[in-house]
Write a protein that binds this ligand. Sequence first.
Ligand code: NAI
Length: 344
Amino acid sequence: MGEGARRADEGEKLKNITLIKGDGIGPEISDAVLKIIKAARVEINWDIQTAGADVIEKEGVPLPARVIESVKRNKIALKSPVTTPIGKGFRSVNVQLRKELDLYSNLRPCYNLPGVKTRYDNVDIVVVRENTEDLYAGIERQVDEDTAESIKIITRGASERIARFAFDYAVKNNRKEVCVVTKANICKLSDGLFLESARKNSELYPQIKFREILVDNCCMQLVQNPNQFDVLLLPNLYGDIVSDLCAGLIGGLGIAQGANIGKDYAVFEPVHGSAPDIAGQDKANPTAMLMSAIEMLNYIGEVEAAKRIKTALFDTLKSGIKTADLGGNAKCSEFTDAMISKLS
Ligand code: NAI
């Protein structure tokens, strides 16, 4: 995940970490990752918290205050996906968590993994997505029976800080270019403000090339020639969509890692959702969750363990042991055990 993502009090090893197990495939991939981290002899006091639909009956809300308090106490969390009902029901736990902890940057590095065959080699893109506003502010209303309205909020403050995050990340990680992705030709004021903030900040980083692209063209270019991109900087909604596209370029959601980083807290979680279609069947690929956990270990200073786990993961993939999403026939538990047997 790189230098830009490292916490300020570098060197201090945090041992108390919140684990949000989520739902759907969440518990399966969480258990797999816990087992691997334990086998790698990393000592962590996991503060396990439940959230989502399953806790509503008992506690009345999908994201009880105890979950937020736990992350505030421990500063770091590893999180599995939580289902968000479509069209009705509770507000997204994910959006609420990001908002309440002010996790303003969503960092999604996307690069080819060894042993995973994809259309393009040498993809190495970092998606930096603004994480707190845009259409995710959740301001919607039914105007009349036949009309609904959602409000897109873009502020200068949030746009400037995410632009700074992207450029800082680029500098600290020897990246060459930041490309801002908007639809500022149509959303002239909102995306226009996001673009203006990126432009303004680009002037402070003359060593980093700056590029602008419209989101529709960006999608087409990503599919045709992804190797041209380096760091992508996007508002929330485009960032959400484009990061799934980027996940597709490197083998799919089963391997795409992510992190939500703010000034005070960091929550590491895979890009994918709760995959209800394969939940409870021991079919899920734990790699995306594990890659997120590896970055969390780097972040808390467990660099050596992170490296050992990554090597074992890559060796497993190279040896051809893969879950079904990558064309293999290993179950989640079999993949996990194979990986553990390769841990040094
Ligand atoms: P999804 O990411 O859960 O699944 C999309 C497709 O990818 C499915 O075919 C699924 O089987 C596959 N897939 C995802 N992760 C996989 C893994 N680790 N191994 C193997 N295959 C995997 O997206 P979907 O279906 O749109 O969303 C399901 C639920 O997840 C929704 O309620 C959504 O709101 C929620 N969600 C939660 C997120 C979070 O907690 N951060 C992020 C994205 C979605």
